[in-house]
Structures are given as C-alpha cells and as structure tokens.
Design a protein around this ligand. Structure first.
Ligand SMILES: Nc1ncnc2c1ncn2[C@@H]1O[C@H](COP(=O)(O)OP(=O)(O)OP(=O)(O)O)[C@@H](O)[C@H]1O
Ligand SMILES: [Mg+2]
Length: 247
C-alpha cells in the first residue's frame, strides 16, 4: 500500500503574475516522482514551495498533515548549479549538515563513510571542489543531501548543466543510489527522456502559468533502456502531452 507523505493543493502568484494554478498532487513514501515541464513554467517555484522556503498565495503543502517547514521537516535539496564551497574538502562538505544538526562525531564518521561509498567517491575525501569534475560535484551534492536521511529529497534539474554523456551516467547512478537507499524523491526536469528513465510516476506541467496537464505511472522494468520499443512508446506518449518538442 502506498503511504501518503505530502499533500499539495495550491496556487502561486508573484504580484499579478500567475505562476502555478490549481496544482494538486500527493507524494507517496519512497516514490521517485518526476515533475516535467518547459523552461520558465514554475518548476523551481514548485520546488521552493515543496521545501517550505516559500508560502503559496493560496492553498497548502503539508507533510504528514503538518504545514511543511524546513525547521520542522528534514528536507534536502540538490540544485542545478554545483554548490560546493571552494575551501571545504569533500569530507567537510558532506558532513556539514550532520555537524549543524549536532550529530555526534562517531555517527558522523559512519554516515559520511556510507554515503561517500554510496555515490562512489571513496578515496576522494580530501579533495577540494576545484579538483573535482562536474559529475563528481553533483555526486557530492547527492551525498550531502542523502547524509541527513531526509524525509524528502528534492532535486531541481540537478543534471541540467552536465554534458549529455555525464548526464546519462548520473541518471544511471541516481537510480542505483535510490534502489540501494530508497528515499522519497521529487525530481524536477525539462527533459522527457530523463523523466521516463527515472520515474515511478510523472506529473506533466503546462507552460506558464503551470497547470497539471497529465500524470503517468511508469511501470517499465528496471534497469530501463532508452532504446527499447516499450521505453520509446512511453516517451512519445509523454512527449505528446508536453508543449516542448525535445531536441
Ligand atoms: N521571487 C520571484 N519573484 C517574482 N517572479 C518570480 C520569482 N521567482 C520566479 N518568478 C517567476 O516565475 C516564473 C517561473 O519561474 P521558475 O524559476 O519557477 O521557472 P522554472 O520552470 O524553474 O524555469 P527553468 O526551467 O528555466 O528553471 C518566471 O516567470 C519567473 O520570472
Ligand atoms: Mg528552474
């Protein structure tokens, strides 16, 4: 049985600009929900609302019935831009959230070792960001996000700046990580192929002001292959609902 974690029912305006209109959906525990929509439609705004960093103009976002708040709930976010701090080593970067939470030293060491291994960065603990590739920096961001065992892991176009090949490798990687340590993930992208590759469920946003255009449960077996007729069939079905035509 699916367990409901988050309930979203909201609209959002910035002054007179309507960005999100009647957005209603639920997020279930341990699912990999992908929100796909064209550039500028309001995806980052949706991410900020889901993280409790912003309040909707009307409606709500609740987690287990309680208004969502970064002070109350454990939410991790991975952004599009690599967000490593130049003078922090990979180890310091990944343990930062645990230190802030006041976790004791031995538990920090254990969890950091676990997540560094999980993202395949063992051996690079003392590296500084300038010594890491773009893909490695995103792995650091994922490890940092995983480290605190978040109730919700939000990813806002985390692979958007990577080249196509690294992006593909990171998609494989994030699936491997999620299958090993299941978290509730809301992953945001404008890339339909990426959405079909990753999702247990896809919600399609329209262009601005975003409304929910369609919803799909993706039941393709894993690991998914981008070239099978089944994959291409689902991909073209989702593409038809999107107002962007993929490159
Ligand atoms: N703080 C803000 N104040 C005013 N307008 C905003 C604010 N944040 C976002 N907007 C507007 O809301 C709309 C949606 O922006 P948002 O960043 O959510 O889109 P997006 O789907 O994430 O775009 P992209 O795919 O390019 O990342 C844009 O028109 C933007 O100008
Ligand atoms: Mg955005």
């Amino acid at each position: 049985m699916e367990k409901e974690l988050i309930d979203v029912d909201l609209s959002m305006k910035f002054d007179s600009l309507s960005v999100l209109e009647n957005i209603r959906f639920k997020v279930h525990e341990n699912e990999f929900l992908v929100i796909v929509g064209p550039s500028g439609c309001g995806k980052t705004t949706m991410a900020r609302l889901l993280a409790g960093l912003q309040k909707p103009t009307s409606g709500h976002v609740t987690m287990r019935g309680e208004s969502i708040s970064p002070k109350v709930h454990n939410i991790s976010i991975v952004f599009q831009e690599p967000s490593c701090i130049p003078w922090r080593t990979l180890w310091d970067d990944i343990t930062m959230g645990l230190v802030i939470k006041g976790v004791d030293q031995s538990a920090i060491k254990k969890r950091a070792e676990e997540v560094i291994k999980l993202v395949g960065l063992d051996g690079f603990e003392e590296y500084f960001p300038k010594q890491l590739s773009g893909g490695m920096k995103q792995r650091v961001a994922i490890a940092r996000a995983y480290a605190t065992n978040p109730d919700l892991l939000l990813m806002d176009e985390p692979f958007g700046h990577l080249d196509a090949q690294t992006r593909y490798l990171m998609q494989i990687e994030i699936m491997r990580i999620w299958e090993k340590e299941k978290k509730t993930v809301v992953f945001i992208t404008n890339n339909i192929e990426e959405a079909v590759y990753l999702a247990t469920r896809i919600i399609v946003f329209s262009k601005l002001p975003a409304r929910i255009k369609a919803e799909y449960r993706i039941e393709l077996p894993r690991p998914r292959k981008l070239t099978t007729p089944e994959f291409l069939g689902v991909r073209s079905e989702v593409t038809e609902q999107c107002e962007v035509v993929e490159r």
